[in-house]
Design a protein around this ligand. Structure first.
Ligand SMILES: [Zn+2]
Length: 273
C-alpha cells in the first residue's frame, strides 16, 4: 500500500492510495463518514424564547452548527466513566445564549453563543441562528456532546468523502495529428498541446467521461482507462477536525474492528478444540 498526498488545506485533502481494493476503500470511506465522532449540540433547555422560531426549530438549527471538536479531551457519553445521563466535564460542554433585540431587528449569530470550554466553539461566528424583532428575547442552554453519524447526520465530520479510480491516459503519438479537438472538449482541462503533440497535464482531474476519445479521429489516438488498485480520495471537512485526523481516526477504528474480529475468532477456535 502506498499513499501519496496530492493537496492539503485546513479543510480538505486529496490523496492517491495505491495497492488496495474497493472493499478497503469503501470501509475507510464509510467509517470516516459514520463512525469518527464529532461534537454537536444534542440537548437544549429553553428558559425564554419569544422569537418567531419554535423551540424545536431553533434547537434543530443549534444541533446542525458545526463545533470545533477535541477528541483527546472528551469521551463519547456512552463510554464515559461518569455513566450519567446528565453527563460530566469529560463528555458534555454547555453553551449559553442570551440575546434581546432592543430597537431594531437583530440577527443572532453563532458568535453570540458562549461556550464553557474555549476550545469547543462554533467553527464560524457568522452562522445566522434567528432574527429577533424589537422586544423579542432568547435565553437558552445548549449541551454539546460527541456522537457519530450512525445516530444523526449532525455528527458527520466530513462534508465530502469520496474516491474514484486513478485515471490512466495514453496517447499514441503515431495516430495523433495534434488537432487539439480533445483539448477543446475536455471540461477538466486535462490535456494540453505541447509543441506538436498532445500530452495529459493533470490526469488526476480526469472524470473518465471519454469525450476526448469520442472526438478523436478513428481509430482514436487516445485511450482513457483506469487502474484497478489505485484511487484518488477526496476529503473535505466542515472544519470540526483536521482532515488528516479524520483519516487517522478512521484507520484506528478499522484496526480495532479487525482486532475484535480476530479476538472473537480465536476464542471460538479455542472453544471448538
Ligand atoms: Zn461523563
Amino acid at each position: 500500500m502506498d499513499i501519496q498526498l496530492i493537496e492539503k488545506t485546513n479543510i480538505s485533502m486529496q490523496l492517491v492510495i495505491r495497492g488496495v481494493d474497493v472493499p478497503f476503500m469503501n470501509a475507510l470511506r464509510r467509517i470516516m463518514m459514520a463512525e469518527v465522532p464529532s461534537m454537536a449540540v444534542d440537548d437544549v433547555v429553553f428558559i425564554e424564547n419569544s422569537s418567531v422560531l419554535h423551540d424545536e426549530v431553533l434547537a434543530h438549527r443549534l444541533g446542525l452548527v458545526p463545533l470545533v471538536t477535541d477528541l483527546d479531551s472528551y469521551n463519547l457519553p456512552e463510554k464515559c466513566t461518569c455513566k450519567s445521563e446528565f453527563g460530566c466535564n469529560l463528555c458534555r460542554v454547555t453553551l449559553t445564549l442570551e440575546a434581546e433585540a432592543s430597537e431594531s431587528i437583530t440577527t443572532i449569530y453563532t458568535g453570540d453563543l458562549k461556550s464553557e470550554d474555549p476550545h469547543i466553539t462554533p467553527v464560524s461566528d457568522k452562522i445566522p441562528l434567528v432574527k429577533l424583532a424589537p422586544g423579542q428575547k432568547i435565553k437558552l442552554e445548549a449541551y454539546a456532546r460527541l456522537g457519530t453519524e450512525m445516530v444523526h447526520a449532525k455528527w458527520q465530520p466530513v462534508s465530502v468523502c469520496a474516491y474514484k479510480y486513478l485515471p490512466q491516459i495514453n496517447i499514441d503519438e503515431k495516430l495523433c495529428n495534434a488537432c487539439e479537438e480533445c483539448v477543446k472538449i475536455c471540461s477538466k482541462k486535462v490535456l494540453v498541446r505541447d509543441e506538436n503533440k498532445i500530452v495529459p497535464k493533470n490526469t488526476i482531474e480526469c472524470t473518465l467521461c471519454q469525450d476526448c476519445v469520442k472526438v478523436c479521429s478513428s481509430p482514436p489516438a487516445i485511450n482513457v482507462a483506469w487502474s484497478d488498485d489505485s484511487y484518488v480520495f477526496n476529503i473535505e471537512t466542515d472544519e470540526v477536525l483536521p482532515p488528516e485526523r479524520i483519516v487517522l481516526e478512521a484507520l484506528n477504528i478499522l484496526n480495532r474492528k479487525i482486532d475484535d474480529l480476530l479476538g472473537q475468532l480465536t476464542t471460538k477456535n479455542e472453544l471448538l478444540h
